[in-house]
Design a protein around this ligand. Structure first.
Ligand code: DAH
Length: 337
């Protein structure tokens, strides 16, 4: 019996299943109730008592070897059959639809409103010189207003900076000397700010500039009022508060009645019923002069708003960092039909 078991053991160890079925047949041949091992256990009853220990060990060795081989070779088939079964090449590719970034959606919507009023898009460089970002906009050297915008410097003397606002595009367009001017300038701006839910070192603005003969504060108010009705809905209230910007005189900040609570008071508007959305004003004669436009003949208005701020109000997003993290779970919510 010992030789028989050893011979079977050698056979078993040499076994290699070509298919899952062959492996199943192997299992039946050896491990089923009527299989080789069951028969050997049956024979075992006749083994003389002094041989039992040795035979028992041999038999167990054989049984374990068969089980090991089964387990081992099973794995191989599991992986191959899995891929075969799970990969249905006729299925439509499970790709997600792309979506526009919420900032692009909001920028395009704002652009469209102003385009309908006759404004055209203007662009300027993100890396700018001091003249276009500050000096031409009436920020004298060492003027404290420069501290309002923490600037990233690329080089010092001559000062090359990352633009801190899109107002620099006003200067670029005025310099070209073609009047009248009616532009909006969307773009990315940079400020040396610690990143938090409310501030970021990169964000986006839309600048507006309208220069012509007889442009007044009434034109500014009506243009922005129209924008607010279009964007935030009919009946949204606006109010102007006096403010200060070096490049406008008169300067104002514009608030709208809170679009979340309708002016009742909520967390977003800090229970005031109003949210600030932009800065604006009548172009200071000095900036027209810096660009060779005669302030006696021409007047203008300008305004600037943060795209993130508008998007946060529109979509009720309370953390600015979401816009820059490119988290697919955030972005896929803006898929448009
Ligand atoms: N440039 C200003 C800022 O970044 C925003 C601004 C305010 C732009 C008033 C304007 C304006 O054109 O008239 O804070």
């Amino acid at each position: 019996m010992k030789e028989k078991i050893e011979q079977i053991l050698t056979e078993v160890k040499a076994f290699h299943a070509e298919s899952k079925e062959a492996l199943e047949n192997f299992r039946i041949a050896y491990l089923s109730k009527k299989g080789v091992i069951a028969a050997l256990f049956n024979d075992f009853k006749q083994v003389a008592p002094e041989m039992r220990k040795e035979m028992g060990m041999k038999l167990n060795e054989l049984k374990n070897a068969v089980q090991e081989i089964l387990e081992e070779q099973q794995k191989q088939f599991e992986t191959t059959t899995d891929t075969k079964n799970d990969l249905d090449l006729s299925l439509p590719a499970g790709m997600m639809n792309g979506s526009r970034h919420p900032l692009s959606i909001v920028r395009n919507e704002i652009n469209d409103i102003f385009k309908r009023l006759g404004f055209v898009i203007a662009e300027g460089p993100e890396i700018e010189d001091d003249f276009h970002v500050f000096s031409a906009l009436n920020f004298p050297p060492d003027h404290p207003a420069r501290d309002m915008q923490d600037t990233f410097f690329v080089t010092k003397s001559p000062d090359v900076v990352l633009r801190t606002h899109t107002s620099s595009v006003q200067v670029r367009v005025m310099e070209q000397g073609k009047l009248p001017i009616r532009i909006i300038a969307p773009g990315r701006v940079f400020r040396n700010e610690a990143i938090s839910a409310r501030a970021h070192c990169i964000f986006h603005q839309i600048e507006g500039l309208y220069i012509d003969k007889n442009v007044s504060f009434a034109d500014l108010k009506q243009t922005l009022y129209h924008f607010v009705q279009e964007y935030f809905g009919e009946g949204t209230k606006v109010r102007f508060r006096p403010s200060y910007f070096p490049f406008t005189e008169t300067s104002a900040e514009m608030d709208i009645s809170c679009n979340i609570c309708g002016g009742e008071g909520c967390n977003i508007c800090k229970h005031t019923g109003w949210v600030e959305i932009l800065g604006c004003g009548i172009c200071d004669p000095n900036i027209l002069k810096a660009c060779n436009i005669d302030p006696e003949e021409y007047t203008g208005f300008a305004f600037g708003m943060g795209i993130e701020r508008i998007a946060m109000l529109k979509y009720q997003i309370n953390d600015l960092r979401m816009f820059f993290e490119n988290d697919i779970r955030f972005l896929e919510q803006f898929e448009q039909a």
